[in-house]
Design a binder for this molecule. Structure first.
Ligand code: PGA
Length: 257
């Protein structure tokens, strides 16, 4: 991407950090990123959304969730609805993360329903797609992505996707220290862009931010984000330390074009 485009950097904390740890983290992070040219999103545990959004009020950091239920409300013990996230101060939600697919059996069909509800309730969806190691080795990446995107995004009309974000996260790259090369990421993102153009149209597909996620760190972030179809990054492990996350968010400062 060119320096004139604003990068979208999302931190995914997963099941880490209590309320007090969140407050301490943000006290360290805020001064480190206040001059940042990136759009910063932090996906925190449900219990920390309120404290985080209060601490980030008036700053350049947006707070969101890592999952939501597909119903507006109801007798679903242990679940969280979109409007609960919104009232706590969340503005976005990650949907279809591979850990949700793997450990909680989330199907494309369920993710599709969550996505529809998320849009209906006014939260920004970050939809995750990506192939497993086996699918990667079997050279099924395009097929898997096409299936995931078609099933998760079917019958969603063009008017409702103005703030949709897609994250390409190869499952084998998450938490492993392994990543595809930046050329491979660019090839796959260009393919995703083409699929989105088939679902809607080309001018719409160009506007949808495409993030890469999987073992992003301060060393590789700047290289990945230089690719024309990489609009941002989804960062797991490296978002847990304010110092490391700020280095990724401030990647422009470290780059010479
Ligand atoms: P990682 O996780 O950066 O620790 O690989 C990314 C993710 O799961 O979103």
């Amino acid at each position: 991407m060119s320096t004139s485009r604003t990068a979208l950097i999302v931190g995914n904390w997963k099941m880490y950090k209590t309320i007090s740890e969140t407050e301490e983290y943000l006290s360290s992070l805020l001064p480190l990123v206040k001059e940042s040219q990136s759009l910063i999103y932090l996906s925190v545990p449900f219990t920390a959304i309120r404290a985080a959004s209060e601490k980030c009020r008036g700053t350049n950091i947006h707070i969101g969730a890592q999952n939501m239920n597909d119903a507006s409300e109801g007798a679903f013990t242990g679940e969280i609805a979109a409007r609960m996230i919104i009232e706590a101060g969340g503005t976005f939600v990650i949907l279809g993360h591979s850990e949700r697919r793997k450990f909680f059996n989330e199907s494309n069909e369920l993710i599709h329903r969550k996505l529809k509800k998320c849009i209906e309730e006014g939260l920004m969806p970050i939809l995750c797609v990506g192939e497993t190691k086996e699918e990667h080795e079997d050279k099924k990446v395009h097929k898997v992505l096409k299936n995931q995107l078609n099933e998760c995004l079917k019958n969603i009309d063009i008017e409702s996707i103005s703030n949709l974000v897609i994250a390409y996260e190869p499952v084998w790259a998450i938490g492993s220290g392994e990543t595809p090369s930046s050329e491979e990421i660019e090839e796959i993102h260009a393919y995703i862009r083409q699929l989105l153009a088939e679902l809607w149209d080309e001018s719409t597909s160009i506007k949808i931010p495409l993030l890469y996620g999987g073992s992003v760190n301060p060393q590789n972030a700047g290289i990945m984000i230089k690719e024309p179809n990489v609009d941002g990054l989804l960062v797991g492990g490296a978002s847990l330390s304010p110092e490391t996350f700020s280095q990724i968010v401030n990647f422009q400062n470290a780059l010479t074009y």
